[in-house]
Design a protein around this ligand. Structure first.
Ligand code: HEM
Length: 214
């Protein structure tokens, strides 16, 4: 398969570019918070803020999962940014959850319990958040070294996270609109790729070996 040779960023700029990604990635949430304070989020600012945080969580989850196919299929190596993308997704989910608990439900337990019974898709969101916690806690060099192969296995949890997140989103709507349909297709592509990936990698390895033997 053809690969693109993109000019690589010099190694000394990599840490700064990762911090820039964190700063840029947090901008939409901070900007929405600012708009909310100054009345720029429309008639139902809490709902608008909650939605925006949920959407950015889903976007960062998906972008994080694009990194591997980009490297495999096009030779574009952005692995250095994957941890930041995953953590950004986690921060947005946490903020989405915090807005739900505080501004939406006013930290009233009976209101939260009643809401979960009325809107069961909230449980799917909770499952996503619970699965993201061990991933966020082990997104560091120390855990990678300590866990070895188990780290890779654990981080495959991101696939069920994406499934429950997109189901949570779809079920929160009365109708399937263009935006949620887009995320369903993206999810199918991202997870479908993981199913065919071993075959693709195997074929590529065989080709390389044949080339080396010639
Ligand atoms: C992986 C975790 C999660 C992701 C990716 C996620 C994402 C989303 C998305 C994309 C939406 C729809 C936004 C829109 O309509 O534009 C949404 C809505 C919502 N989510 Fe989540 N969510 C997650 C976890 C949670 C959790 C833990 C809760 C609360 C316990 C929650 C509560 C809600 C609520 C209340 C809505 C709004 C439904 C409505 O009133 O229209 N979510 N979420």
């Amino acid at each position: 398969m053809a690969t693109l040779a993109l000019p690589a960023l010099p190694a000394r700029y990599k840490p700064a570019s990762i911090w820039a990604l964190y700063a840029l990635g947090l901008m939409p949430g901070l900007y929405a918070f600012y708009l909310g304070i100054f009345g720029g989020l429309g008639a139902d600012p809490v709902r608008a803020f909650e939605h925006l945080l949920g959407l950015w969580a889903l976007r960062f989850l998906c972008i994080g999962l694009v990194i591997t196919p980009l490297r495999d299929l096009f030779g574009i190596n952005l692995i250095a940014y994957r941890r930041a993308l995953g953590l950004l997704a986690f921060y947005y989910v946490l903020a989405h959850f915090a807005v739900y608990l505080t501004l939406d439900r006013g930290l009233i337990l009976s209101s939260i319990a009643g809401d979960i019974l009325k809107r069961p898709y909230i449980m799917l969101g909770m499952a996503g958040l619970v699965m993201l916690i061990p991933l966020a806690l082990t997104s560091n060099q120390w855990s990678i070294r300590r866990l070895g192969q188990r780290w890779n296995k654990l981080h495959k949890l991101v696939y069920p996270v994406l499934i429950v997140a997109v189901l949570h989103y779809a079920l929160s709507l009365k109708v399937l609109d263009a935006e949620v349909s887009f995320y369903i297709v993206v999810t199918l592509l991202l997870l479908g790729y993981r199913l065919v990936r071993p075959k693709i990698m195997e074929r590529r390895r065989a080709k390389r070996m044949a080339g080396a033997a010639r």
